[in-house]
Design a protein around this ligand. Structure first.
Ligand SMILES: [Ca+2]
Length: 289
């Protein structure tokens, strides 16, 4: 009788448990491999973004522990909620603002107040923008007293962009625009003059500026308009019309690995989109995702 019970009840139970354990170990290995990318994200993320990645990972591990059938793979968690297929088409973290510049004007703009105590020997600026503009326009205008184009990001759609450093204009040929969110990053090092431009994580051929002067520390940073004097003298034909988000500034050069990462969600150390002061002028609207 005991043998029969063992054969009919215990043996199948043991086989089932073994199978489950084996299956779980396999899935755990697969999950860890899949999440190498996630952990890489984690290293780049801070604040709410970091929590989001952590919670999704914890959720997946809990699901495994409870033997939930994972017949379809869980989506790869990201900082922005974007899928890997179109990493730059989605928006920023939930709760962060998008600025809408609704019309061509000289009155709609946003002043940023970066924390800069000494002249910048290095600078990286990243931002996301979404516009249907087919004319030239300012994406990011940083003026210092006496230098209206101390650091200027100025696209000429569809496939050219000018970066100005201390009044020196350098032109980059870039891939033609598509009507979608676009991440633009520019980094400059005053010691070497090395100027780098990335659009959607792709770095274009690097340039070297003649200028080697540090920028600032006094500076006027404006989104939506192009300054021809310190804090003013705008032209409607250079204004930005569209949406902008995730403008961050660093007083050092970000690595290509960080910038080329699909889900850059690192906050700037001298201006952070999440926490920095943004002063809205005119008809600019702050919108949620
Ligand atoms: Ca100017």
């Amino acid at each position: 009788m005991l043998v029969l019970v063992r054969l009919v009840v215990v043996a199948p139970l043991l086989i089932l448990v073994q199978h489950r354990l084996h299956s779980t170990v396999c899935r755990l290995s697969a999950l860890l491999l899949k999440n190498l990318q996630t952990f890489e994200n984690l290293a780049l993320c801070t604040g709410a973004c970091r929590e989001e990645v952590l919670w999704v990972t914890v959720g997946e591990l809990l699901a495994l522990a409870l033997f939930l059938p994972l017949t379809t793979p869980l989506p790869l968690p990201t900082c922005s909620g974007a899928t890997l297929a179109s990493p730059f088409s989605r928006l920023s973290n939930p709760g962060q603002n998008i600025l809408l510049f609704p019309k061509q004007s000289v009155t709609d703009y946003v002043i940023l107040r970066p924390t800069v105590k000494q002249a910048l020997r290095q600078l990286t600026v990243c931002l996301r923008s979404y516009t249907g503009l087919q004319r030239e326009h300012s994406l990011f205008s940083l003026a210092t007293p006496g230098k209206d184009n101390a650091f200027l990001i100025y696209p000429y759609p569809p496939n050219k962009i000018s970066i100005s450093i201390n009044q020196e204009d350098l032109y980059f040929n870039v891939d033609p625009d598509v009507l979608d969110w676009k991440q633009t990053c520019v980094a400059w090092d005053s010691k070497t003059g090395l100027l780098q431009l990335w659009i959607n994580g792709k770095r274009y051929p690097r340039r070297v500026t003649a200028s080697r002067f540090p920028i600032g520390p006094q500076m006027s940073v404006i989104l939506g308009q192009e300054q021809d004097s310190f804090g003013g003298k705008f032209e409607a034909g250079q204004s930005f019309v569209g949406e902008m988000s995730d403008v961050n500034m660093w007083d050092y050069v970000l690595s290509t690995k960080t910038i080329s990462h699909y889900h850059l969600c690192k906050s700037g150390n001298i201006f952070s989109w999440a926490n920095g002061t943004k002063e809205i002028r005119g008809g600019v609207m702050a919108l949620k995702n």
